[in-house]
Design a protein around this ligand. Structure first.
Ligand code: TYD
Length: 150
């Protein structure tokens, strides 16, 4: 998984001059996975950071439903910063991406659509362990449990 796979995806926006806007997300149509879970971050105090972990298999789509914040992605080789500040687009985050969310504006709401239920076993919460996993993957090493005798 490389950072180029992570990208901003624009969503449909139905605008009505008097009634306001409506946007929507459909699984496998606007985003490349089926949505299994929705969660949101809110009331994040100024200066606080969230994230600081990677997921082994989870795919996510992050939308700034209100206000703004930055998502910094790191694939173990390079970093990229995305500023999210509109509800009609979001950031697709592929697996094995270290992420940090920061610069939350006051009153901001971060909505996350996720491809699976919450599983702590899918998290990598230590940056050094993340880098080791990336290097191991890219060197083609397999787990010793995968190796067969002879
Ligand atoms: P975490 O993903 O570590 O949040 P962040 O990286 O934004 O700080 O989750 C914080 C806590 O919430 C952690 O104890 C796990 C729990 N949690 C759930 O129980 N279900 C969920 O869907 C999520 C995202 C977190």
């Amino acid at each position: 998984m490389v950072i180029q796979e992570c990208r901003i995806i624009n969503l449909p926006k139905i605008s009505d001059a008097t009634k306001g806007n409506l946007s929507f997300v459909e699984s496998r149509k606007h985003i490349p996975f089926d949505i299994a879970r929705v969660y949101y971050l809110y009331d994040v105090p100024g200066g606080e950071e969230r994230g600081e972990h990677a997921h082994k298999t989870l795919e996510q789509f992050i939308i700034a439903m209100s206000g703004s914040f930055d998502v910094v992605l790191d694939d173990g080789y390079q970093k990229k910063r995305f500023h999210l500040n509109r509800a009609y687009y979001g950031l697709y985050v592929c697996p094995m991406m270290w992420r940090k969310l920061e610069n939350f504006s006051s009153g901001s709401v971060c909505l996350v659509l996720a491809s699976d239920f919450y599983k702590e076993s899918d998290y990598i919460r230590d940056y050094k362990t993340f880098l080791e996993a990336v290097r191991k993957r890219d060197s083609g090493e397999t787990d010793s449990s995968d190796k067969k005798d002879g």
